[in-house]
Design a protein around this ligand. Structure first.
Ligand code: FES
Length: 72
């Protein structure tokens, strides 16, 4: 569910967070500043960090496959 709400206090969805991360904001403070998430109770911070980590891990895997393919 990409459009699930991650930050209930501020109504920020997973999709919104992913869009910011895909836009090159990989640091938690940047994501918070751009989305307004985690600006209240902060309980959503671990979820936001997880979304960032998932994206970066997928990017790293993709880049590794590209590099490996290019060395044939
Ligand atoms: S759930 Fe995000 S600040 Fe409270």
């Amino acid at each position: 569910m990409r459009n699930q709400i991650v930050c209930n206090c501020n109504g920020v969805s997973k999709r919104e967070i992913e869009a910011v991360v895909k836009g090159g904001h990989y640091l938690l403070p940047e994501v918070i500043r751009c989305t307004g998430a985690a600006g209240s109770c902060g309980r959503c911070r671990p979820l936001i960090e997880e979304i960032i980590a998932d994206y970066l891990m997928k990017q790293q895997t993709f880049q590794t496959v590209i590099n490996w393919s290019g060395n044939d």
